[in-house]
Design a protein around this ligand. Structure first.
Ligand code: HEC
Ligand code: HEC
Length: 177
């Protein structure tokens, strides 16, 4: 009780200060100013106008930030257009982005099971969608198909996250021949 009481006393003025936006001289001592609140921080206020559909299409080049974790910004506390349910970047073994084909989300491995959603790889090698997916309640398998249908690759186990580039960073890219 004693500790809790002390904590509340110390925190109360800081909170008031943060809400009221105290003078510049207090900045740094009383927590971050608006400009310092980074995407992903629960205090990041997202413009509701950004909550629109945003889905990749073959050959389109609207996307950007190849290889980065799209979910850093395209999420409820970020500045990206559309809240993605899955997104990532596909590379050829040479390291160049693969500009075509699709990522299939399925209920079983080996390109089998039900096709829950097929997401097109765009002209930059990115695929992304805001369509609803059963994550994190249900795990899905990810199966990749090249544009000509000849090349395939798959993740050898299912996951409950569509944030592909979070795990697939420069050490472990998503590859497709
Ligand atoms: C560092 C933050 C950040 C990251 C990381 C990021 N985005 Fe974005 N994205 C933005 C912002 C900001 C916008 C523009 C929002 C607006 O319209 O005001 C945007 C817009 C977009 C658009 C819409 C472009 C248009 O004009 O139609 C697409 C598509 C897109 N991002 C795809 C992606 C993909 C795919 C990834 C990951 C490979 C990604 N983004 C990673 C911040 C980010
Ligand atoms: C939670 C982390 C995680 C997420 C999220 C994730 N992956 Fe993976 N993925 C892995 C790991 C770990 C491996 C195994 C890598 C290895 O064998 O070296 C892998 C392997 C793969 C492979 C086979 C890699 C190879 O050797 O060619 C593909 C393809 C793949 N993932 C695609 C995807 C796609 C597409 C998504 C998003 C829809 C995704 N992954 C999301 C962790 C993840």
């Amino acid at each position: 009780m004693y500790l809790l009481g002390t904590g509340t006393c110390l925190l109360a003025p800081l909170l008031v200060c943060a809400l009221a936006g105290c003078g510049a001289s207090d900045e740094g001592m009383d927590g971050p100013s608006d400009a310092e609140i980074l995407p992903g921080d629960p205090r990041f206020e997202r413009d509701p106008a950004l909550d629109v559909e945003n889905i990749s299409a073959a050959a389109e080049k609207r996307s950007h930030n190849m290889g980065q974790n799209c979910f850093g910004c395209h999420q409820p506390h970020g500045p990206g257009k559309g809240i993605f349910t899955t997104a990532g970047t596909v590379y050829a073994p040479s390291g160049a982005p693969v500009t075509g084909g699709a990522v299939e989300l399925r209920t079983a491995g080996g390109g089998e099971g039900d096709l829950v959603l097929s997401v097109a790889i765009d002209g930059n090698g990115n695929f992304f969608t805001t369509e609803p997916l059963p994550f994190p309640d249900q795990a899905l398998f990810f199966f990749l198909r090249s544009q000509d249908g000849e090349g395939t690759n798959e993740m050898p186990f299912p996951t409950i996250s569509g944030a592909c580039n979070l795990c697939h960073n420069e050490q472990r890219r998503i590859l497709l021949e």
